[in-house]
Design a protein around this ligand. Structure first.
Ligand SMILES: *Cc1c(COP(=O)(O)O)cnc(C)c1O
Length: 411
């Protein structure tokens, strides 16, 4: 018998929860004999219908073969990489004056967008502080907040108005411990894309309450036909703003772990925040050199045809869900305008034996072997999230099963 005492995990580790893993771990085997269809998936590479642009792949291979970039990059990233990200982001800033607000020294290369989220939050908030986050929210925001002892304080987004922020409700949540506002546009999980007017309203809110803004814009390229994306970088305001992005979605390379953050800070009031993010980036000694150099060579050269083809497939997937609306089955939604997801609103009055998102999720999985994600993971109730990035024939099969499922549970 060993007398070695048990080793405990730190509080920091114990309060770092992974909602998706927990849900999957709890998953009971389905009673259905039908093959599993995951509409829960967030990985665009899963089916092979969406692929990385060839130029990016070729450049990465070339960079590896050259052996020229096997050393440590600077913690903030190679200057070349920071410059190329700064140049690239200017495409989302309409007028010349606004383009000048983006300085490459305020760009930091990260290990994926998730790392950028972690740096932006942890360099801004102390334990006990709170961050205002629009819900439904990408689950990683709460995971990071919980991990650092920061309160992820949700304010509602309105499903009936293209998921716009209810800023009156948000105003009531501001207190002396509020350190900033975080939102995602275009949205995972909502599939929304905000108008310039609404992004302007969010910035005015931050001006009024003196709150810095973090905007996750990783889906900037993936807005549907006739939609226009508006970046928070494209405004004349003194509000210090951090824009988050990466290669995971439009360049279909989530596994490469390439992301970035850009501080836009016209009045230079947030240099300490930038320095803080740079300090915290040292914990990983920066992000990988090969990925950074791939951006340098390819980021601004990804053909529009590539991006258009990704968008076309996402729109095709999204359109399949319209079939749900042709049946009276207790499900409704606004057509998605961007990103890879759709939030389905569940009307519990329709069902005889489904009263929560979790019920809907568990029963659908058990009876039809279709996996969606319950709203509670995103900080809301009465909704489930489904993916639009899977091939249309798979979504079609899933939609058939969802229709049968709902009809079977009708009151
Ligand atoms: C996918 C995603 C990210 C970042 O993902 P990484 O794989 O870490 O680059 C960030 N925000 C949202 C909303 C996402 O959907």
């Amino acid at each position: 018998m060993s007398s070695f005492p048990e080793v405990h995990a730190s509080k920091h580790a114990q309060r770092t929860l992974q909602p998706l893993t927990e849900l999957t771990d709890k998953m009971k085997p389905s009673h259905s004999t039908k093959p599993l269809i995951k509409l829960s998936m967030g990985d665009p590479t899963a089916d092979g219908n969406l692929v990385a642009p060839q130029i990016l792949v070729d450049e990465m291979v070339d960079i590896v073969k050259s052996k020229d970039f096997n050393g440590y990059p600077p913690v903030a990233g190679f200057n070349d990489a920071r410059q190329v990200v700064a140049e690239y982001w200017k495409k989302f800033c309409g007028t010349p004056g606004r383009k000048d607000q983006i300085h490459w020294r305020n760009v930091l290369l990260t290990s994926g967008g998730s790392h950028a989220i972690m740096l932006a939050i942890s360099a801004l908030c102390n334990e006990g502080d709170n961050l205002l986050v629009g819900a439904p929210a990408f689950p990683h925001y709460k995971t990071v907040c919980d991990s650092y002892g920061v309160e992820c304080r949700y304010f509602p987004l309105d499903a009936a108005r293209n998921w716009e922020a209810d800023l009156d409700a948000a105003a009531k949540l501001v207190d002396s411990k509020t350190r900033g506002v975080l939102f995602v546009n275009p949205s995972n999980p909502c599939g929304s894309n905000y108008s310039r007017a609404h992004v302007g309203e969010i910035i005015e809110f931050c001006e009024k309450h003196h709150l810095p803004l973090i905007s996750d814009e990783i889906y900037a390229e993936l807005v549907f036909k006739d939609e226009v994306f508006t970046s928070i970088a494209d405004f004349d305001t003194d509000v210090p703003r951090v824009v988050l992005g990466g290669s995971a979605k439009h360049a279909v390379t989530p596994g490469w772990r390439i992301g970035w953050l850009i501080l836009v800070d016209r009045k230079e009031v947030a240099t300490a925040w930038m320095k803080g993010m740079d300090r915290l980036a040292q914990l990983l000694t920066g992000s990988n050199s090969i990925g950074q150099m791939s951006l340098v060579r390819a980021l601004t050269k990804i053909p529009q045809d590539h991006v258009d083809s990704v968008i076309a497939q996402l729109e095709e997937g999204a359109k399949v869900y319209n079939r749900l609306l042709k049946h009276d089955i207790g499900l409704s939604f606004d057509a998605p305008r961007a990103s890879m997801f759709i939030m389905l609103k569940v009307d519990f009055n329709y069902f005889k034996d489904i009263a929560t998102d979790m019920d809907f999720y568990e029963k659908l999985l058990d009876e039809e072997n279709v996996q969606v994600l319950p709203g509670e993971i995103f900080g809301v109730h009465g909704f489930v999230r489904a993916t639009t990035s899977r091939p249309a024939r798979i979504v079609n099969e899933a939609v058939d099963r969802i229709i049968e499922f709902c009809e079977r549970h009708k009151k």
